[in-house]
Write a new protein. Structure first.
Length: 255
């Protein structure tokens, strides 16, 4: 009798015991999994795309989407999470590692273009709150980007204001009327640029646009009682088969 034949004989001898044990363990695993608190996940989607190029003679700052890694890090930054804490006080954990477990962001690079899709997912025991968290997180990230762009416009405005003050000084010190006229024309151009920049600052929008809002999920992602029970049953059968093989190997051939 070969080793494999002996193993099959041992398995057939203990088959019902193994099946019974696997059923019992599967039922226990199912019950333990079923009493675990349910976790729901909802996701919102944002699109980051290159802006449309518009012809302009104004030397206004050009803003392009940040790298995907920058958006992912900003999503867990203080400025974004503070907005979340104001809307949902006491909901987010204090530890950053726990926040990254509750709120997750991933990026999907689109093929053949410079666009990136960001999927912002939130997990919670309440399905409606998970959707509200995901939508608020997406909104907070967009607000952060818009604030960043407005800040860049603000710095440009300050730079133009400083240049205008410098031109005013040069006008008072100009030696000839021709120089004064040239400086006054320069000042008019700077004033026009400053007005445009201030208008852009007030109406600034980011490159992130909302693709899809999160909706309250109908099924929990955890626990999965049936899946857990199935894994437990299969694991029990495999473990029993391995133990029988080891036992047969240690006992050696008989007869």
């Amino acid at each position: 009798m070969t080793d494999f034949d002996r193993l099959l004989l041992s398995f057939s001898r203990y088959m019902w015991a193994l099946l019974g044990a696997s059923v019992v363990i599967a039922v226990v695993a199912y019950l333990l999994s079923a009493i675990q608190p349910r976790v729901y996940e909802a996701s919102a989607r944002l699109l980051s795309a290159q802006p449309v190029e518009l012809g302009s003679t104004i030397s206004s700052p050009q803003f392009r989407p940040l790298a995907a890694a920058a958006y992912r890090e900003a999503a867990y930054g203080t400025l974004v999470l503070e907005q979340m804490n104001r809307r949902f006080p006491g909901v987010l954990p204090k530890e950053v590692s726990k926040v990254r477990e509750k709120l997750r962001i991933r990026s999907i690079e689109t093929v053949g273009s410079s666009s990136t899709v960001f999927v912002l997912s939130a997990r919670d025991s309440d399905p409606r709150r998970s959707a509200a968290l995901a939508n608020a997180w997406a909104e907070a990230l967009r607000n952060w980007e818009e604030a960043l762009i407005r800040d860049n416009f603000k710095r440009t405005s300050i730079s133009l204001e400083n240049r205008i003050r410098w031109v005013d000084i040069q006008i008072t010190q100009a030696a000839s009327r021709t120089d004064q006229n040239v400086l006054r024309e320069l000042r008019v151009n700077l004033e026009r640029e400053l007005g445009i920049i201030r208008s852009l600052e007030n109406s600034a929008t980011g490159q992130l646009s909302l693709l899809a809002q999160a909706e309250a999920p109908t099924e929990a992602i955890w626990p999965r009682p049936l899946l857990t029970a199935g894994i437990a049953a299969i694991s029990t059968l495999l473990l029993g088969f391995i133990l029988l093989a080891v036992r047969d190997r240690l006992s050696g051939p008989t007869g």
